[in-house]
Write a protein that binds this ligand. Structure first.
Ligand SMILES: [Zn+2]
Length: 328
């Protein structure tokens, strides 16, 4: 009798404890750092500032989820699947919101449906996941449908309040958003709490404060719009192009970062260098370019390289090298 009582007691204590945690599959079918990037983490700071789980500022005030961003619109149009992060049952969906960049005058109206096309999955034990900004017409599930971790539920889009194609992924416990990178982190801790991502994802999801989203070479001046739309990739520079311009777009830069973008000729001699003054504040995204006009008689054929470097507090933080072979 006594033994029975003890084991029963042990059982009731053990069951809820083990059932409490959730393990998350990556909700997007892309390679972090190559074909998709984390643009924003969860905000841990109750004040009007942003503090991510590592005490950086990758995100924005009040951000309650993790943003998985695609490099540009062609990547979105090619179709990147969104999948269930864990087994569960679809609790609700919304469909029919167009994929469009938010214009200032529409901001208030769209904020009513800020999440855009969306899916909410109930995983039991108070856990839910929400998936926002999905592509119009891409949802493959309806309310009540049982889903397995990794099962497709739609595709990344540009619906609702968003300025770039991405999935906004929110993990909810007992009705409150929590950070899957730092579950249960004590207030004001840096790197505290527990990662709820699958063990195999720990490396890919290691904290990034700053990444290069796009890089390449153009034949003239580059704009943010041309990078986002993919127009900049349409024209490949040749020895006869009016100019050769190396460009990059980086995300998650910090105030004080010093960026240098250098273009080298086929002999490895610097042709042009753009050393930007230290950033005055954190930048969600930033573009830099460095280039030269076509010399008389055209560019010499060969391999031209560019190196982008970011120094943070006097230490190297980001380095990316890329090249192009110029042909007649
Ligand atoms: Zn977001």
């Amino acid at each position: 009798m006594r033994l029975g009582f003890l084991s029963l007691f042990g059982l009731t204590l053990a069951l809820p404890a083990s059932a409490q945690d959730i393990t998350l599959h990556l909700p997007v079918v892309c390679e972090i750092g190559r074909t998709c990037f984390i643009q924003k983490y969860v905000d841990h700071d109750p004040s009007p500032a942003m503090r991510d789980y590592q005490c950086g500022a990758v995100g924005e005030d009040g951000h309650d989820g993790t943003d998985f961003r695609l490099p540009n619109m062609p990547a979105q149009k090619a179709g990147i699947d969104v999948v269930a992060a864990a087994d569960g049952k679809v609790a609700s969906t919304r469909e029919g919101v167009p994929d469009a960049f938010v214009k200032e005058q529409d901001r208030e109206r769209i904020s009513q449906i800020g999440c855009g096309n969306a899916v909410v999955i109930d995983h039991g034990n108070g856990w839910r996941t929400a998936y926002c900004h999905m592509a119009k017409g891409s949802l493959t599930v309806r309310s009540g449908r049982e889903v397995k971790a990794g099962e497709k539920i739609g595709q990344i889009g540009l619906s609702g309040l968003t300025e770039f194609p991405h999935l906004h992924f929110t993990l909810i416990k007992d009705g409150k958003p929590v950070d899957p990178f730092a579950y249960g982190a004590p207030e004001k801790s840096c790197g505290g709490g527990k990662s709820l991502w699958e063990a195999s994802l720990q490396r890919a999801l290691a904290y990034q404060s700053g990444s290069v989203l796009n890089k390449g070479f153009a034949t003239g001046p580059v704009t943010m719009e041309a990078i986002e739309s993919g127009a900049v990739e349409q024209e490949t520079p040749t020895t006869r192009s009016p100019a050769l311009v190396a460009y990059i777009r980086a995300i998650g830069l910090k105030g004080g970062d010093v960026q240098t973008l250098t273009l080298f000729d086929p002999d490895g001699k610097p042709l042009a260098q753009n050393k930007a003054p230290p950033l005055d504040r954190d930048k969600a995204q930033w573009m830099a370019f460095s280039g030269v006009k076509q010399p008389q008689g055209g560019f010499r054929p060969g391999l031209y390289r560019a190196i982008y470097r970011v120094e943070r507090a006097g230490k190297p933080a980001i380095e990316q090298a890329f090249g192009i072979s110029l042909r007649p």
